[in-house]
Design a protein around this ligand. Structure first.
Ligand code: ADP
Length: 474
């Protein structure tokens, strides 16, 4: 097919996820000619297509189902009665609600695109020269686009273990994509105890499944704060079967079931579990556009573009925000990086804005919820001579008591000399909300006095931030 040269733009953006579209809108609003391409044909990337948004839509439905059935707040409707829906019908009802949420956001994004000056092309892009792309549309038309600056925002994809039968496993795509129609799994086997694995396990468990998690290392949420990971492991006891130190070696079909084989990391014994669905939740890997070799962009050992704090690659005209650089594969981090890129492109490539990855909060939407920002206790002890800890237990908290959700804690780490906040960890209800003001405090370099002297509302768990900060001032 003949390629048609349609445009020479100031900025070309490959990928319209959280790393792509905020920069596109910011640059177009500032008068730059911007072209953005994505085969999804809309904004939101994987987060909206099969990640954070649909998984949370399913998770909130699963939580409210659980709370209505077992929660103390349901006393007003008498003891739990028989379910009107069986697990399968309930699951399908929830999936259709998830679809409606995705659709609502896609409609919203379509309008945002229409109201912007961004040239959007539904199609995959490949790099064909140092300053040129080709975008192939759904209709098979190939457009050539010249650019002065390029933003590679191609995100990441689920990684699959290189084991026999890996293709038999589902990923977040099969579970959460628009129109997902997976049969409800009563005995899911989840490979990987990272945040996607534990979130999926608790969602399915709430809806009546008996999940098994197989995790290679000796803790859930590898790399996470140990206390938070242990807290989660304790709270999952009796709800989710955990096999830690389990190196999965293969998956086989057995009738309509699957056999997942693993070797114990402790004693090398072989074992297996049987389930009706296998979910591969073994992390995500960067996705690079074809032809990236034309750009002389250096890649690290994970094949992610190397970037500096301005999110610029080793090629001064090329930027790589979001999942693709592998630094923190989170939507909100991608959005912030995207804005950093826009500011720096507008400044003519100067370092007008810089990304601080230490202030990016991490959330795990299990039940109970977990959240953290900044240094863990172990890292704080390594990097600072004296660390003091302010803590707050949910058992004394008014909102936690009102909700009947008193298992949880909040922990703030401060430098003993300056009283500056170094990190925070939260386990329990509202954790993902509570981490936001703490990320702000960390980003602004605030100290315990600042956190103690602002009055957070009563009766909300954010009062605990005030209380934990006051503890270290006495
Ligand atoms: P991030 O959060 O970093 O934006 P996402 O995975 O959510 O990451 O979004 C990346 C987007 O990039 C996805 O929508 C994907 O379809 C798109 N993408 C990946 N490869 C290409 C490509 N070659 N051309 C255009 N878009 C691409």
């Amino acid at each position: 097919m003949m390629a048609v040269m349609t445009k020479l733009v100031d900025v070309a953006i490959i990928g319209a996820g959280g790393a792509g579209y905020p920069a596109a809108f910011r640059l177009a609003a500032a008068g730059r000619e911007v072209l953005m391409a994505d085969p999804i044909g809309n904004l939101g990337g994987d987060c909206l297509a099969e990640g954070c948004v649909p998984s949370k839509a399913v998770r909130e439905a699963a939580l409210s189902y659980q709370r209505a059935r077992r929660g103390p707040l349901a006393d007003i409707s008498g003891p739990p009665g028989p379910d009107l829906l069986d697990a399968t019908s309930r699951w399908h009802t929830i999936l259709r609600r998830k679809d409606a949420v995705q659709q609502m956001r896609y409609d919203q994004h379509r309008n945002e695109l229409k109201e912007s000056a961004v040239h959007f092309v539904a199609g995959g892009a490949r790099v064909v020269d140092e300053n040129e792309l080709e975008v192939e549309t759904d209709a098979g038309e190939v457009r050539r686009v010249g650019f002065h600056s390029l933003v590679i925002a191609t995100g990441s994809a689920p990684s699959r273990l290189p084991i026999p039968g890996a293709e038999l496993a589902a990923t977040s795509h099969e579970l959460f994509r628009l129109g997902a129609d997976l049969v409800f799994p009563h005995r899911p086997v989840i490979i990987g105890g990272g945040y996607i694995g534990v979130e999926t396990a608790t969602i399915l468990e709430h809806l009546g499944a008996a999940p098994v998690i197989l995790e290679l290392t000796d803790q859930l949420l590898p790399g996470f704060d140990r206390d938070l990971a242990d807290f989660l492991a304790r709270s999952l006891r009796g709800r989710v079967r955990l096999e830690l130190g389990a190196a999965v070696t293969g998956i086989e079909r057995s009738g309509t079931d699957f056999v997942v084989r693993y070797r114990s990391a402790h004693d090398s014994t072989e074992d297996s579990v049987v389930g009706d669905l296998v979910v591969m939740a073994t992390g995500r890997v960067p996705v690079l556009p074809d032809g990236i070799e034309h750009l002389t962009v250096k890649l690290d050992h994970h094949r992610a573009p190397l970037i500096d704090a301005t999110i610029r690659t080793t090629n001064p005209s090329v930027w790589a925000p979001g999942d693709v650089n592998g630094k923190s594969m989170l939507f909100h981090s991608a959005v912030r990086q995207s804005i950093v890129v826009a500011h720096n492109i507008l400044a003519g490539g100067a370092s007008a804005d810089r990304m601080d990855f230490t202030a990016v909060p991490f959330t795990v939407f299990t039940d109970p919820e977990l959240a953290s920002v900044g240094l863990t206790e172990a890292k704080a002890a390594e990097q600072h001579r004296d660390v003091v800890v302010g803590s707050y237990d949910y058992t004394v908290d008014a909102r936690a008591q009102i909700l009947g959700e008193t298992i949880g804690y909040l922990k703030l780490l401060f430098d003993a000399h300056s009283a500056r906040l170094l990190g925070a960890q939260i386990a329990g209800v509202d954790a993902a909300h509570l981490v936001a003001p703490l990320a702000l405090a960390l980003n602004e370099g605030l100290d315990a006095r600042a956190l103690a002297e602002v009055a957070f509302p009563h009766p909300m768990i954010s009062e605990g931030i005030n209380a934990a900060a006051r503890q270290i001032l006495v």
